[in-house]
Design a protein around this ligand. Structure first.
Ligand SMILES: N[C@@H](CCC(=O)N[C@@H](CS)C(=O)NCC(=O)O)C(=O)O
Length: 198
């Protein structure tokens, strides 16, 4: 049985959403984490090396970091197609967008929020305004990150965009609002929200 180390109202919600989309059996282990307001503490049982969520144990495998978990699950569990496999069309795009969330999108938005000066050539991400332009341009002509097909990339990036837009850290645009409305209408998104109310 898959065990997801989860903290309600956190990034691990994306993995609850993905597991619900896949419809595979799993259990969540609710763990404490350090929160932005200074509350919380690391949980010793959490296998993430920094005590962050999400982390996941599946048999002999321990996986940490949201995008790695999304890729692991969408490759291994094919109860529903949540991303292209190696050798299939759009595999490269899929991997790129999964990497873009923690490598470019989130650091860019948070750096802007905390007023960290952007240094081209030093930071591995891009300025937040540029990231927003890329995302808006990409989604203006597509329903989902990979085009017409919803994938785990939409959960990872879209889930984060939804949160960041509600927190007023990402600008609301007609493109973003329509995209977020589309992905949050999915039953598995609502199951994830219900899970955190328990
Ligand atoms: N790069 C990680 C970020 C995970 C992360 O920072 N999660 C937050 C919750 S939203 C956390 O566990 N924070 C606790 C801490 O920083 O110690 C990922 O994408 O999975």
């Amino acid at each position: 049985m898959i065990t997801l180390f989860h903290a309600p109202m956190s990034r691990s919600g994306s993995i609850v959403w993905l597991l619900e989309e896949l419809g595979v059996p799993y259990q969540t282990k609710i763990v404490d984490i350090r929160r932005a307001d200074g509350s919380g503490a690391r949980a010793m049982e959490n296998p993430h090396p920094h005590g962050k969520v999400p982390a996941l144990i599946d048999g002999e495998d321990t996986v940490f970091e949201g995008s790695a978990i999304a890729l692991y699950l969408s490759d291994k569990y094919r109860t529903k197609t949540m991303g292209p496999l190696t050798g299939q069309p759009q595999r490269g795009e899929y991997l790129s967008w999964l990497a873009y969330r923690p490598g470019v999108m989130e650091p860019a938005i948070l750096a802007r929020r905390f007023e960290i000066k952007h240094v081209y050539g030093a930071m591995g991400w891009a300025p937040a305004d540029e990231v927003e332009e890329v995302l808006n341009n990409h989604l203006a002509s597509r329903n989902y990150f990979l085009g017409d097909t919803f994938s785990a990339a939409d959960i990872m990036l879209g889930g984060s965009i939804n949160f960041l837009m509600m927190a007023k850290m990402v600008k609301e645009t007609p493109v973003m609002l329509a995209y977020v409305a589309r992905i949050t209408a999915r039953p598995a998104f609502h199951k994830m929200m219900e899970h955190d109310k328990r």
